[in-house]
Design a protein around this ligand. Structure first.
Ligand SMILES: Cc1cc2nc3c(=O)[nH]c(=O)nc-3n(C[C@H](O)[C@H](O)[C@H](O)COP(=O)(O)OP(=O)(O)OC[C@H]3O[C@@H](n4cnc5c(N)ncnc54)[C@H](O)[C@@H]3O)c2cc1C
Length: 370
């Protein structure tokens, strides 16, 4: 049985003074943001898919996004859920207040459970004030590892950017090809930084001097160009094409390991003879390396692609990271789950699934190893 919630699109309530909203799961992320902007508010989690992904899907995957560098992931913005359990019972978890610690946190458990524990039919979200001021900087570096070092320099300058995205040279070339921009000409790697709030200009200035000291060429983007750059970043994973075997990954590593990991990725691509481009929600240490080979190179190339993927995931784990920062495990990443989690943890997760869904009818074969 396939269940579609796409007609559940009502924004049930917006409570500006409480900074909350109640929505049905089929509401599109961008539509919620447009509705609450009228009240000077925003729903912070903004996956690059925000124009078409739903709040229900965002909650089920605990989606991240660009603004998570400052405002946290979806779980940090979900206060309460209405959930239909596997036996048809409707339950409400959580509370309408920002604080609340009564009992086990079932709202947090449901968030990111990838549809395996229940069907989310109502969501109470926490909203944030729309910043009055926003500043965007584009810092171009000669190469990718230098740009990754820039991420740490921003931290040392004690600034918390709202957006901190890292794009490598190959991604810049692909964007230029698709959108007619001239990003690659401006540098070998781009760190895109946005500060927000009343201190936005001062924070941007502190970032500019920290990155310039590392040799970056930093430009203060006018608001139109800045929006265009952020928009290009949202498109940076590219469109599907038929003549490639291509896999986009989603590992995360501790921020201090970004520079090492980026250098390792580049070496891996050379060793396995696969192509590589990388974008990263660098403020969270969350990287999306995309590896690909030409289909025309045949099965051996496909095997090289798989080997590169496996090695990239292993390396992320060795550095203290995770196999998935925001996209979830789904089906594809189940093969790596036991690399990250002990048999005791896998067993506990299977038992939780058993409690919520004894017949195994909700998204079977996804998210956990059972
Ligand atoms: C170009 C592109 C960019 C992306 N960028 C990001 C990004 O920046 N950050 C990020 O985190 N993700 C990103 N994603 C991944 C994806 O968009 C997100 O995971 C998003 O949250 C999925 O929402 P959806 O509405 O498309 O959900 P769907 O794909 O419809 O569902 C996702 C999963 O949740 C389950 N589910 C959906 N609704 C419910 C519900 N109401 N109750 C229970 N289970 C449910 C589904 O069964 C499925 O397992 C991106 C994807 C693409 C294609």
């Amino acid at each position: 049985m396939v269940l579609s919630l796409e007609l559940m699109t009502r924004i049930v309530e917006v409570n500006p003074d409480d900074e909350t909203a109640v929505v049905e799961p089929g509401v599109i992320n961008a539509e919620l943001n447009a509705a609450v902007a009228e009240h000077g508010l925003m729903y912070a989690p903004d996956p690059a898919s925000y124009r078409w992904s739903t709040i229900g899907g965002n909650v089920a995957t605990n989606a991240g996004g660009l603004r998570c560098a400052k405002y946290g992931v979806t779980r940090d913005s979900v206060l309460a859920l209405d959930v239909v359990l596997a036996d048809g019972t409707l339950v409400s978890t959580g509370h309408r207040t920002f604080k609340g610690v009564a009992g086990y946190d079932l709202t947090a458990l449901m968030t990111g459970s990838e549809g395996t524990l229940g069907v989310i039919v109502g969501i109470t979200v926490r909203l944030r004030y729309l910043p009055r001021e926003v500043h965007t900087l584009a810092a171009f570096f000669d190469d990718f590892p230098q740009a990754a070092a820039g991420v740490l320099a921003i931290g040392r300058a004690r600034v918390q950017p709202a957006i901190l995205e890292l794009l490598d040279g190959c991604t810049l070339e692909a964007l230029d090809g698709a959108h007619g921009s001239d990003l690659r000409r401006r540098g070998g790697s781009l760190l895109l930084v946005r500060t927000d709030g009343y201190g936005a200009a001062a924070e941007a200035e502190a970032i500019r001097s920290a990155l310039a000291a590392l040799g970056a060429s930093v430009s203060d983007e006018g608001s139109e160009e800045a929006d265009r750059l952020v928009d290009l970043r949202r498109h940076s994973r590219g469109d599907e094409v038929d003549d490639l075997y291509r896999v986009g990954e989603d590992v995360a590593v501790p921020k201090s390991r970004l520079v090492h990991y980026v250098a390792d990725l580049e070496a891996m691509a050379v060793r396995h003879r696969v192509r590589l481009k990388v974008v990263a929600h660098a403020g969270d240490g969350n990287l999306h390396p995309t590896f690909w080979v030409e289909r025309s190179e045949g099965e051996q190339a496909r095997q090289r692609l798989e080997d590169a993927l496996d090695e990239s995931v292993r390396r992320a784990l060795d550095l203290g990271g995770t196999i998935t920062g925001e996209h979830g495990v789904g089906q594809y990443k189940r093969r790596w789950l036991a690399w990250e989690q002990s048999s005791e943890i896998l067993e506990l997760q299977a038992r939780i699934k058993q409690v919520f869904d004894p017949l195994g009818i909700l998204n079977p074969g996804k998210a956990i190893v059972s």
